[in-house]
Write a protein that binds this ligand. Structure first.
Ligand code: C5P
Length: 232
């Protein structure tokens, strides 16, 4: 499994997405399609980006009864994405059902990654709203462990958690980490950030980078800088 930089294509239309992707005339980046773009444009946006030669992380964070997730994952698998995800809070049984649905008749399937606790959830909201009393770091590790047991390939986590996830779940359990910023860049609304070079050192397998690339004056140069720091 190769380390890679995934660009978060957080655009609200196909036109904006292709205006952005058209700049990449050399190496075709791995791109993340989230709910905003998918709900705006539907599955055709996935097919078109795939046709252009990009790998795709479809970030739809499924969370429903196991049977519904299984059937929905079968549909996403047929879209030929390279990576997709779900909420580990949906239980181990839901995650197992997701793997079943995602697996194609020939035994292949996209990588499946779990979201543990969203970084927007803090200790207080977890205790008050969800009635989960354990320390959030333990909850994250427990959910990661459940994902591993269910047969998933890894988790989305903060780069700060990547080392611990590997300790608990093994070095081949993939960590996909957003919250990446250049040392001389804007942090924006992210709270806990790391540079691509730091994320590499701590053992992230994939970094998800949005605005430092999409809002850069020269997005291709910003992408190449991420690759140089993180992959090369
Ligand atoms: O623009 P920026 O680099 O902050 O984008 C990060 C991407 O990763 C966004 O698509 C965001 O939704 C996603 N993400 C995140 N933090 C999480 C999970 C996903 O920033 N915990």
């Amino acid at each position: 499994m190769g380390k890679d930089v995934i660009i978060a294509c957080d655009f609200d239309s196909a036109a904006k997405t292709f205006a952005f992707l058209d700049r990449f005339t050399g190496r075709k980046p791995f791109v993340k399609i989230g709910m905003e773009l998918y709900y705006a444009e539907g599955p055709e946006i996935v097919r078109e980006i795939k046709r252009r030669g990009h790998k795709i992380f479809l970030d739809l964070k499924l969370h429903d009864i196991p049977n519904t997730v299984k059937k929905s994952m079968a549909v996403l698998s047929r879209l030929d994405v390279d990576m997709t995800n779900l909420h580990a809070a949906g239980t181990t049984r839901m995650m197992e059902a997701a793997i079943e649905g995602l697996t194609r008749p020939d035994g292949t399937r996209p990588m499946l990654i779990a979201v543990t606790q969203l970084t927007s959830t803090d200790q207080e909201s977890m205790e008050k709203d969800l009635l989960i009393k354990e320390p959030i770091a333990e909850v994250v590790m427990h959910y990661a462990h459940n994902a591993k047991i269910a047969g998933l390939d890894g988790v989305v986590c903060s780069p700060l958690e990547a080392g611990k996830v590997h300790e608990r779940c093994g070095s081949d359990f993939v960590t996909v980490t957003p919250g990446v910023r250049f040392a001389d860049g804007d942090i924006g609304d992210q709270k806990r950030v790391m540079t691509p070079a730091e994320a590499k050192k701590i053992g992230s397998d994939y970094i998800v980078v949005g605005r430092p690339i999409t809002a850069a004056e020269d997005p291709v140069a910003a992408y190449e800088r991420c690759v140089a720091e993180f992959v090369d």
